[in-house]
Design a protein around this ligand. Structure first.
Ligand code: ADP
Ligand code: ZN
Ligand code: ZN
Length: 748
């Protein structure tokens, strides 16, 4: 017996199958997906069995033998091996990197082990217990131990330990007498802290029912169909998920639910745990390595059939999935930001087709690309335009910060927000104040006319860099000096802009003396911080919740009646072609936090650009208005989904070498395109230049940018660039490193 093995070394050179002989004793148990130890060169390496084979063309004398298995079960089920092969093709990565996605990273190199505990059990049948206990009359300790074990079940040694001191001798004696036996048992570390009450089913609303009537047959058909569930905030999408998941379980299948960020996970897990208990497994980065490993194994062994998790949970080894649900599908966290790059939504589609499941993408503000595909008919669109129980959508007011300045208000709060906050607090209700990520790239805007400074080439907001005092475009790499007057209205009130969470907290304390909770990257670094901070707010200990976008999503606090977006411009002016989309999404999400209980909610959006279509559409809570404007703009200005922008980034200590390598790469790509008319026609530009941030920690950075029409026919070009980069990586002396990024989220 032989096996095709992928050795776990991430390099293009060994990205192929190596044939090993399977020792006789393993011939019956090895199968595709088994992880094994193999000799490789002079070392021992880990590897994955891809296929078993009866014979091989290689000279048997030269074939080496597999040493041993890593686990006594195949870590990667066959459907995920096939998926890894697709990921390799799409992400242009070695197969072993794709296979690594399928297991908890700590399993490699055995950095995590199965946890066991010692258990005791009596050897006699329960009906003899009384007699046996009586026979131990000379030792009350032995009697006590036998009594504790008399039900005939396994008991952890821990239990006996907590029962009596000096337990070890009587346990030894009982074992010698053959009355009890000891053995080791696997335990699963449980990430579920705290109790959840079991809750029953609410009666479905008409919209929820209609959605399910469309969705459930797709589970039965099992054809890999994708749906876009476009439901306003508070329309009760989560309950639709619950019913779908239950349907999948009833069909003997399993389900995966993705949530965008750790901040959301407690909310969703609580909801699901209260309905499904032990059937639920969670997978996200805040688990300890042991918990993650054990949750993964519960899924792998079929003990947990429902998975709620972050992006990488899309690779969970569920058996026979019935449905993949992706909540808040528009979130960029579904795109992995490191190699190998993948989009969890695309992976869900691929898995669903391969494994006969359905996909549900859900959002109140679908991404432009997804909604466009639904409109084109690739996905079935299901709409839930109303909140549950006839709750109204919140009332939204936009305040013009230019006007506030004109009237002499220099505070970060408009008069309207101050008044509303004061009233909300005095009624004993709760408020949320929201602003963009702390310390994000500062933009420059005019406080008189509201305009921000944009790149002349690509219309993306420019970012101020304190290092050289210039404005840089993070999209095309161009730069300009900082102007002294506003290019639109000539006023001198032009300056860098951005408000931090700390500043807002200070102001709220000073003005109102209210108890606040602040949530940003600083305050939520530790493991349980999210849950603790949110609890302080949930219990009413704090009246105001202040935070970055992490508070904008998903949370359900019924007593919040006021929500303030402190400065919408900070997202509107992100150095990114998606800034309008992000702003609209965030404002709608933020607004969705208000008025989720009995009382109506009010939302105040502060901005210097009240006439911007993203603000106007958010004010009206009108997704289609926004989509139409944005789609037209993307098409006109050649942005995704119509085009894609990729880059090769070079980094190194010697600036000249970095620039030379970069220029050489540009030349090679141009030379490649020379003979390829069909590709060249669809390339909008190729350009090499220093990166917008031209030096990080003494490493110089330069980039080649390639913008092209986004069509499948461009694949050979991407393939060429990827191969050029990895070939170079394998031969270069390491002074200059290169990496290839497709449609990177940031071009800094
Ligand atoms: P969405 O995810 O669409 O924004 P949620 O799923 O968070 O909305 O639901 C909003 C609120 O409505 C939650 O508090 C939820 O418990 C409640 N809810 C959902 N469905 C029903 C229903 N059929 N009857 C009563 N309350 C419901
Ligand atoms: Zn101006
Ligand atoms: Zn530009």
């Amino acid at each position: 017996m032989y096996a095709d093995v992928i050795v776990d070394i991430a390099s293009e050179r060994v990205d192929r199958v190596f044939v090993y002989a399977v020792p006789e004793k393993y011939a019956a148990t090895f199968c595709p997906g088994t992880r094994v130890r193999v000799p490789f060169g002079f070392r021992e390496k880990e590897g994955y069995i891809l296929r078993m084979r009866e014979s091989t063309d290689f000279d048997p004398a030269r074939i080496r033998e597999i040493i041993s298995p890593m686990e006594d079960y195949p870590a990667i089920p066959e459907n995920l091996i096939a998926l890894a092969e697709e990921v390799r093709a799409d992400s242009h990565c070695p197969l072993c990197e794709a296979l690594r996605l399928m297991i908890p990273s700590e399993m490699r190199g055995e950095r995590i082990r199965v946890k066991t505990e010692t258990c005791l059990r009596v050897t006699f049948p329960p009906q003899d217990a009384e007699k046996m206990i009586a026979e131990q009359s000379r030792s009350w300790r032995r009697k006590l131990i036998l009594t504790a074990l008399s039900d005939g079940l396994e008991h952890p040694l821990e239990e006996i330990r907590s029962l009596i001191k000096n337990w070890s001798e009587p346990v030894e004696q009982l074992a010698r007498l053959g009355l009890i036996e000891r053995h080791e048992r696997e335990v699963f570390r449980n990430p579920w802290h705290g109790e959840t009450e079991h809750s029953g089913d609410p009666e479905l609303t008409a919209e929820q029912q209609d959605a399910l009537v469309e969705l459930i047959p797709a589970l039965h058909r099992g054809k890999g169909e994708t749906f876009l569930l476009h439901g306003v905030t508070g329309s009760g999408k989560t309950e639709v998920f619950v019913r779908l998941v239950r349907q999948a379980l009833q069909m003997g299948k399993s389900a995966v639910i993705l949530v965008p960020e750790i901040a959301l996970t407690p909310q969703m897990t609580r909801y699901f745990h209260s309905r499904f208990g032990e059937e639920l497994a969670v997978l996200h980065s805040r688990l300890t390595a042991g918990e993650r490993f054990d949750e993964w194994r519960r899924i792998r062994f079929g003990k947990a059939r429902i998975v709620v998790g972050a992006r990488s949970a899309i690779f969970a080894p569920v058996r026979d999935p019935g449905v993949f649900i992706i909540d808040e599908e528009h979130e960029t966290t579904y795109l992995s930001d490191h190699f190998p790059q993948y989009d969890a939504r695309r992976i869900a589609e691929k898995r669903a087709v391969r494994e006969g499941a359905a996909v549900v993408l859900a959002s109140a503000t679908p991404s432009i690309a997804t909604y466009a595909r639904a409109r084109r008919g690739d996905f079935t669109l299901i709409e839930m335009p109303h909140r549950v129980l006839d709750r109204p959508l919140p009332r939204i007011t936009v305040t013009d910060m230019r006007e506030e300045l004109r009237l002499g208000n220099r505070s970060i709060f408009s008069e309207a927000l101050k008044t509303e906050l004061r009233e909300c607090l005095s009624r004993g209700e709760q408020a949320m104040l929201f602003m963009n990520r702390r310390g994000y790239a500062p933009f420059v805007n005019c406080r008189k006319c509201g305009e921000s400074i944009r790149c002349r080439v690509c219309d993306v907001t420019m970012t101020y860099h304190a290092t050289d005092g210039r404005l840089h475009c993070h999209y095309c790499g161009g730069s300009e000096p900082m102007p002294e007057r506003c290019p639109s209205c000539q006023s001198p009130y032009i300056r860098t802009c951005g408000i931090g969470t700390q500043k807002v907290e200070e102001e709220v304390r000073n003005l109102f003396g209210a108890a606040c909770v602040r949530m940003d990257n600083d305050t939520t670094a530790s493991r349980d911080a999210h849950e603790k901070l949110l609890n302080r707010f949930r219990t009413g200990e704090a009246q105001v919740l202040i935070g970055t976008q992490m508070i904008a999503k998903g949370h359900d606090f019924p007593s919040v009646t006021l929500v303030g977006a402190v400065l919408a411009d900070s997202t509107l002016n992100l150095p990114d072609y998606r800034s309008a989309e992000r702003t609209f999404q965030l404002l709608v999400q933020v607004a969705g936090r208000a008025g989720r209980g009995e009382k109506e909610g009010h939302v105040i959006i502060q901005t210097y650009q009240p006439e911007h279509y993203a603000i106007r559409a958010a004010e009206k809570q009108d997704y289609r208005l926004f989509f139409n404007e944005e789609f037209t703009r993307r098409k006109r200005d050649l942005y995704p989904p119509f085009t894609q922008m990729d880059r090769v980034l070079f980094e190194g200590a010697d600036q000249q070498k970095v620039r030379d390598e970069c220029a050489a790469a540009e030349e090679r790509i141009r030379a490649y395109l020379q003979e390829k008319d069909d590709l060249r026609r669809r390339v909008l530009f190729i350009r090499s230049d220093d990166a917008p941030i031209s030096r990080i920690q003494n490493r110089y950075r330069a980039q080649v940018l390639i913008k092209m029409i986004d069509l499948p026919v461009m694949e050979p070009l991407l393939q060429f660039v990827q191969e050029m980069v990895s070939e170079r990586e394998n031969t270069a002396n390491g002074q200059v490193t290169a990496s290839f990024e497709m449609n990177p989220v940031s071009l800094a």
